[in-house]
Design a binder for this molecule. Structure first.
Ligand code: MTE
Ligand code: HPA
Ligand code: MOS
Length: 752
């Protein structure tokens, strides 16, 4: 089944916010940002800027009619900075003018006086200075303290992962329109229409029912628009509310990169203990999360880090501590994997280092410790339908790990300056929002009198293919032609109180709600048919391929006929339903519970070739066995897997976000921040679905796909490191990502 958006996307016909023609009286917005990473605002001088012809207004915190607050989890984030500024790029004022260029000229004339305060960009330094956003969090099981004495090998170290910019194709965008009676209508490029609605209502000091948020589609989010679309929409709403005209704000790319939050960089200390055979007995880890200047989603992201501290391994004694450190960079935020990848890098680093000390292949430790059915995760949940070992075995039988290792050895003997390396990356990722209450969704289905159908759901289409999947689900449940189904924009007046489209859960949550509402409709419609046909009470009516069958025999009635008949009989042809994932809970006090509906497993072999003269490498291949459950949309799911893998490869290798000591971003454009392009993509990407997998908790036995494959990319780091060691065996082990060509070259030729 192909994605319904393919043709329109390829032809450039899909409509994003910036493509929508603006009414003539629209004002265009540009934001004046803090030029300092930390300080006290003494004065904001806008006089000169206001005089520029075409400027319609300049607004600061004092102009906000409601509450100057956009913090989602903790109320620590002002929409427009009032007393203090806490990062370079923090919004201070918004300029409205008849064109963007006038608005930008005016912005250049704004002056700000700031009394500088000390700047911290390093999370360890923030921790030392007592700048924690929440108290330290600990997830643990067993007793590491007493387990160390049973270990034959104990290895400790430090592992670090860098930030990552989302580079969604559509930058942060919003348009707000004033509507009757003091209300507002917002088009926003957001993964979370309800969050935007709530934020705008707070800022304007009006109830949520006066704010309508509509999201036709978004040009990628990757987590970057789960929380961080709020501010831009709220700023557009503020200006529109004040000036009583439409207000449009679309961030230029360099601004988007400079001022929005990214994947959290982490620096972590680990200690791992094993017995002689390579069984992991104990693991302790402290994660220093660089949260940036405000909480944003950092505490929830830190939770997922703690959940995934052991990746897919069974570790009987584990203690994971999470520190949410406040620094003076833009508030970091959700990014595909939501803190999980950062945790998985550290346990893989620990295993890699332990293998080195023990003089064995890391694969031996990895395989030996894989989770098996019924094993308990450190947060108390049991691994059910656990396919960690099946994936590893299929990977080995499909791609022959020994043969790969041997051919690399041979290559390395034959080539003095080119070296190859490989790594296996097994993954286990929990599906559900880690905040239990968020695991809900609702849909509204209308059947029109001609038999066509409109679906409104809580989900946002951002390229991941949710609209196509919802059509498939409804088509299958109702047994009507897929062409009858249209998925509407996500709109807060049609579907209320939505969770963000995130956590890879939108198909599961919205799909289940959709199945419920389709069944309600079908039931209602068939009941009315049954009454008409004067059939016996015990006769069984069903719809199959748009035909009505009675006890399996065609009645001659079609979908269109029964819909028309039902309409004239005044049957309700609309249905709404909500779904809430059953059986999940988590106790924040004890850090125990069945947090996830199920887990997604898989394993990948990553091979790389390194040019030891230049430090430049190529990721040759990524071969995967992935547990899709029973995919009902394999093309879409493979696309998600490939996209996720490439994003993971980029994070581990070439994507390097740099700030200088003053807190200013150095990598502020696509010329100095390099993301994988088509040439970087491995020549060979083979993703094989695990056979005979099943998932009763998913839609039609499928599994969520959005995030888990990203983590296969972690293997690239260790594959490159292996190639480096083939060139320089005594080299100091690097456990700092990204492993950029610069870092590779320095390590290959460093003195020690
Ligand atoms: N795929 C595309 N094309 N664009 C995106 O923005 N976001 C990813 C993933 N795949 C994203 C994507 C992230 S971070 C998540 S959580 C899931 O899609 C969300 O959608 P889903 O719940 O439908 O999987
Ligand atoms: N994943 C993604 N987004 C979230 C989550 C999660 O687990 N929890 C809250 N927002
Ligand atoms: Mo995805 S990081 O849960 O939006």
């Amino acid at each position: 089944m192909l994605n319904i958006d393919l043709n329109a996307h390829v032809r450039g016909e899909s409509i994003f916010i910036n493509d929508i023609p603006a009414p003539v009286n629209t004002v265009y917005l540009t934001v004046f940002y803090s030029p300092e990473a930390h300080g006290r605002i003494k004065q904001i001088i806008t006089k000169e800027a206001e005089k520029i012809p075409g400027v319609k207004g300049i607004f600061t915190a004092k102009d906000i009619p409601g509450r100057n607050q956009v913090g989602g989890i903790i109320f620590d984030e002002e929409l427009l900075a009032e007393g203090e500024v806490n990062y370079i790029g923090q919004p201070v004022a918004v300029v409205a003018a008849v064109s963007y260029s006038i608005a930008r000229n005016a912005r250049d004339k704004i002056k700000i006086e700031i009394e500088k305060l000390s700047v911290i960009i390093d999370p360890r330094e923030a921790y030392e200075a007592g700048k924690l956003i929440i108290s330290p969090k600990v997830f643990s099981c067993g007793d590491t303290g007493s387990a160390w004495k049973d270990c034959d090998v104990i290895v400790d170290g430090k592992a670090e992962t860098g930030s990552q910019e989302h580079i969604y194709m559509e930058t942060q965008s919003a348009v707000a329109y004033p509507v009757e009676n003091g209300g507002i209508r917002i088009l926003s490029s957001t993964q979370a229409p309800t969050s935007v609605q709530r934020a705008a209502a707070e800022i304007l000091g009006i109830p949520m029912n006066k704010v309508e948020v509509d999201v036709p589609r978004i040009g990628g989010g990757f987590g970057g628009k789960e929380d961080q679309a709020n501010s831009w929409a709220a700023l557009a709403a503020l200006v529109s509310f004040k000036l009583k005209c439409p207000a449009k704000l679309v961030l230029p790319r360099n601004e988007d990169i400079t001022v929005t939050g990214k994947r959290h960089p982490y620096t972590s200390d680990f200690k791992i203990g094993l017995n002689k055979e390579g069984k992991i007995l104990a693991y302790e880890v402290v994660f220093y999360q660089n949260a940036g200047a405000a909480a944003d989603l950092s505490p929830a992201i830190l939770d997922r880090t703690l959940f995934h501290a052991a990746n897919c391994y069974f570790i009987p004694n584990l203690k994971a501590t999470g520190l949410c450190c406040r620094t003076n960079v833009p508030p970091n935020t959700a990014f595909r994997g939501f803190g999980g990848p950062q945790a998985m890098f550290v346990i893989e680093a620990a295993i890699y280092k332990a293998a080195e000390v023990m003089g064995i292949d890391p694969l031996v430790i990895q395989q030996k410790n894989l989770l098996k059915e019924g094993d308990q995760f450190h947060f108390g949940q049991k691994a059910i339908n656990c396919t960690a070992r099946n994936c590893w075995q299929s990977l080995d039988s499909g791609f022959n790990l020994k043969a790969v290792t041997n051919s690399i050895k041979e290559f390395n003997i034959a080539n003095p300056l080119l070296k190859k390396g490989m790594a296996v990356m097994p993954v286990c990722f929990g599906i559900s929002f880690t905040n239990t209450f968020m695991n809900q969704a609702s849909v509204l289905v209308h059947v029109y009198s001609d038999g066509s159908i409109g679906i409104s759901s809580a989900a946002v289409e951002m390229g991941q293919g949710i609209n196509s999947k919802l059509r498939q689900i409804a088509s299958k449940t109702l047994s009507v032609d897929i062409e009858r189904l249209k998925v509407e924009s996500s709109n807060t007046t049609r579907v209320a109180n939505t969770s963000p489209t995130a956590a890879s859960s939108s198909t599961d949550l919205n799909g289940k709600a959709l199945i419920i509402s389709c069944n309600i409709l079908l039931d209602r419609i068939l009941k009315s048919v049954k009454a008409d046909l004067k059939l016996k009470e015990n006769s069984f009516l069903e719809l199959r391929d748009e035909q009505v069958l009675s006890n399996g025999v065609p009645t001659g009635l079609t979908w269109e006929e029964i819909i028309r008949a039902a309409f004239f009989k005044r049957v309700n042809l609309s249905a709404q339903a909500q779904y809430a994932t059953p059986g999940i809970y988590f106790d924040q006090e004890t850090s125990k519970g069945n947090a996830f509906s199920y887990h997604v497993y898989g394993a990948a072999i990553i091979e790389a070739t390194l040019d030891c003269i230049t430090g430049i490498y190529k990721i040759d291949s990524v071969k995967v066995v992935h547990d899709f459950g029973k995919s009902f949309s394999l093309q879409t799911d493979l696309g998600q897997a490939e996209g996720g893998i490439v994003q993971g490869l980029g994070w581990m290798t070439i994507e390097d976000i740099l700030y200088d000591m003053s807190g200013k971003i150095i990598t502020d454009s696509l010329s100095n921040y390099k993301i994988p392009d088509i040439h970087f993509v491995p020549d060979e990407m083979k993703i094989i679905p695990l056979e005979d997998s099943n998932n009763p908790s998913g839609i039609f036995n499928s599994k969520a796909i959005g995030e888990p494959p990203l983590m296969y990319g972690i293997g690239a780091f260790f594959a490159i490191e292996n190639a480096m060691k083939a060139f320089r065996p005594g080299m100091n082990t690097i456990l700092t990502a990204p492993l950029t060509p610069e870092r590779v070259l320095l390590a290959l030729y460093s003195k020690i």
